[in-house]
Design a protein around this ligand. Structure first.
Ligand code: AMP
Length: 194
C-alpha cells in the first residue's frame, strides 16, 4: 500500500499521468477537482456550493474540501493505495490529511511534483478548454487566477512535504511517456524502501 500525492499547478498533467499510474500500479485515484465537477454536474448541495468558487478559479473552503475527501477515502476499499490528485492544496489540507491517514494507520509515502513553466501551463489549459469545454479552462483571466492561487496558497504545500523528506520534483516537460517514466522512477524508488 502506497499513498502518493501528485502535485503541480493547473495544467501540469496530473490527470493524464494519474490515469497511466493507475493502469500500471493499480492505485485508487482521488481527484478533488473531478469529484467537485461530478457534484456540480449533478447539482448536489456540495456541487452548488463548490461551483461559485470553481467558476472564479478560487479554492473551495478547506472544511468543505477536507470533509469531502475524507468521506471519499472512507468509501474506497483500496489495497494498492491512493493517488491524491489536486489535494492537498493548502497547508491545513495537508495537516488534515496526515492526521486522518494516521488515524487509519497509514501515511503519505511521497509527494511528487510536475514542474512546468507558466506560459506552457496557459497554453495547455487553453488547448484542454477548447476540447473539454471546461469553463475554467476557456477563459484566460480565470486560468491566470488559478495559477496565481496556486502560487499564493498551494506552492507552499511542497515545503510541508519537503520538511518530512517526502518531496520529489520532476520535469513536467517532454512527451507523456517521458514524464511518466520519470514519475515511475520516483515511485519505484519509494517502493524499494518500503
Ligand atoms: P482541478 O480539476 O484540480 O484543477 O480543480 C478544479 C477546481 O476545483 C479548482 O480550481 C478549485 O476551485 C476546486 N478544487 C479542486 N481541488 C481543490 C482543493 N484541494 N481545495 C480547494 N479547491 C479545490
Amino acid at each position: 500500500m502506497l499513498n502518493i500525492v501528485l502535485f503541480g499547478p493547473p495544467g501540469a498533467g496530473k490527470g493524464t499521468q494519474s490515469e497511466k499510474l493507475i493502469a500500471k500500479y493499480g492505485f485508487t485515484h482521488l481527484s478533488t477537482g473531478d469529484i467537485f465537477r461530478y457534484n456540480t454536474k449533478n447539482k448536489t448541495e456540495l456541487g452548488q456550493l463548490a461551483q461559485s468558487y470553481m467558476d472564479k478559479g478560487e479554492l473551495v473552503p478547506d472544511e468543505v474540501t477536507i470533509a469531502m475527501l475524507e468521506s471519499e477515502v472512507e468509501k474506497s476499499n483500496t489495497s494498492k493505495g491512493f493517488i491524491f490528485d489536486g489535494f492537498p492544496r493548502t497547508i491545513p489540507q495537508a495537516e488534515a490529511l496526515d492526521k486522518f491517514l494516521a488515524g487509519r494507520g497509514q501515511s503519505i509515502a511521497v509527494m511528487t511534483a510536475l514542474e512546468v513553466p507558466e506560459p506552457e501551463l496557459i497554453k495547455r489549459l487553453l488547448l484542454r478548454g477548447a476540447d473539454s469545454g471546461r469553463a475554467d479552462d476557456t477563459d484566460e483571466s480565470i486560468i491566470k487566477n488559478r495559477i496565481q492561487v496556486y502560487n499564493d496558497q498551494t506552492a507552499v504545500v511542497a515545503n510541508y512535504y519537503s520538511a518530512q523528506n517526502k518531496f520529489r520534483a520532476i520535469n513536467g516537460i517532454g512527451s507523456i511517456d517521458e514524464i511518466f517514466d520519470r514519475l515511475c522512477a520516483v515511485i519505484d524508488a519509494v517502493e524499494e524502501t518500503k
